[in-house]
Design a protein around this ligand. Structure first.
Ligand code: UFG
Length: 326
């Protein structure tokens, strides 16, 4: 019996692969290696494959049959909001067609457990203190739309043929579970601040006139290792229940502002993190913080780490990489 982790060579995927290996599961990584790296997955078999390709369903079925696959953790997708606005059709091809190929292959071989990487981006700009899974999803960009459509497809497959699935709506993922598994991309706040510091530049704050306590945007930062553990909890849950609740926020219930994150980076690194304030970035909600009650109640999962652990681990991973500061 094996588990396929699509996108397993990526930032979050590699953490899940390692946790699955630690508990003795046989893992097959399916990854196009466009952003992932095969050296992140230990001794897992790597099948180089774009899940959105024309022959992907057939190739996935073959791997599933050969390896006796019973479940899939599906990360493989594009995740850049700005790029999704520029290239909507490509985002639908990659994220929606890719998922459809995975689900079709699962149906064909009778593999019926799926964990889907969804996103808080499905909520758009909710005007609430804590976002629950019942907050109406209103994505404001193609990236968020593709994740919501993915959830719908999964719900339809649950009804049609008994797919057992959980969609995990990630909030702001950061940190590293192991120093060599840090986020290799410079696309989010923590790596963007570290990148500026590595260049000897000041961090940038995109707007400090939001209706929040210090004027900067508030987010729910979740340690990537906690997030990875949530995937294992969800997989185990699918084993226990016939018709599980299928959508879960993965966050901490605690918000941190951009300024607080930057200050924590200064505290951990000892660097001067005096920031420049720039214009607001289009599409940023002032506040996006999860209610993490459902996942605690149903899966028994809670984040073990807070902002200090997230930033300390991100710093350690950065310093273990090629662009060490100081
Ligand atoms: N920010 C800065 N300076 C920077 C980088 C970011 O001020 O150098 C701010 C952003 O404007 C935002 C906050 O830091 O207010 C967090 O920004 P990120 O880009 O790290 O994260 P987002 O909340 O914008 O995006 C995340 C995920 C997306 C997802 C989105 C909505 O990265 O994939 O949440 O759920 F779509």
């Amino acid at each position: 019996m094996s588990i396929i982790v699509t996108g397993g060579a990526g930032y979050i995927g590699a953490h899940v692969v390692r946790l699955l290996q630690e508990r003795g599961e046989d893992v097959v990584v399916v990854d196009d290696l466009s952003t992932g790296r095969a050296d992140r997955v230990g001794d897992a078999t790597v099948v180089e494959l774009d899940v959105a390709a024309g022959d992907a369903q057939e190739r996935l079925e073959r791997v599933m049959r050969e390896r006796g696959v019973t479940g899939v953790v599906h990360f493989a997708a594009r995740k850049q909001v700005g790029e999704s606005v520029q290239r909507p059709a490509w985002y639908y091809q990659q994220n929606v067609t890719g998922l459809a190929n995975v689900v079709a292959a699962m149906e064909a071989v009778g593999a019926d457990r799926l964990i889907f990487s969804s996103s808080a981006a499905v909520y758009g700009m909710p005007d609430v203190e804590l976002v629950t899974e019942d907050t109406p999803p209103r994505p404001i960009n193609p990236y968020g739309e593709t994740k919501l459509v993915g959830e719908w497809l999964i719900a339809d497959a649950q009804r049609a043929w008994g797919l057992r699935a959980a969609s995990l709506r990630y909030f702001n993922v950061a940190g590293a579970g192991w120093p060599e598994l840090g986020d290799p991309a410079i696309l989010n706040l923590v790596p963007m601040v570290l990148d500026r510091l590595a260049r000897g530049e000041r961090p940038t704050i995109f707007g400090d006139d939001y209706p929040t306590p210090d004027g900067t945007c508030v987010r729910d930062y979740i340690h990537v290792l906690d997030l990875a553990h949530a995937h294992l909890a969800a997989l185990d849950h699918l084993d226990r229940d016939e018709r599980p609740a299928s959508v879960f926020n993965v966050g901490t219930g605690q918000g941190a502002s951009v300024r607080e994150v930057i200050e924590e980076i200064g505290r951990v690194s000892g660097l001067d993190v005096t920031a420049d304030v720039a214009e607001r970035r289009a599409g940023d909600p002032p506040r996006l913080v999860a209610s993490a009650d459902r996942i605690a109640e149903v899966l028994g999962w809670r984040a073990a780490n807070g902002l200090p652990e997230i930033i300390a681990s991100a710093w350690e991973a950065w310093q273990a990489g090629p662009r060490r500061i100081g």
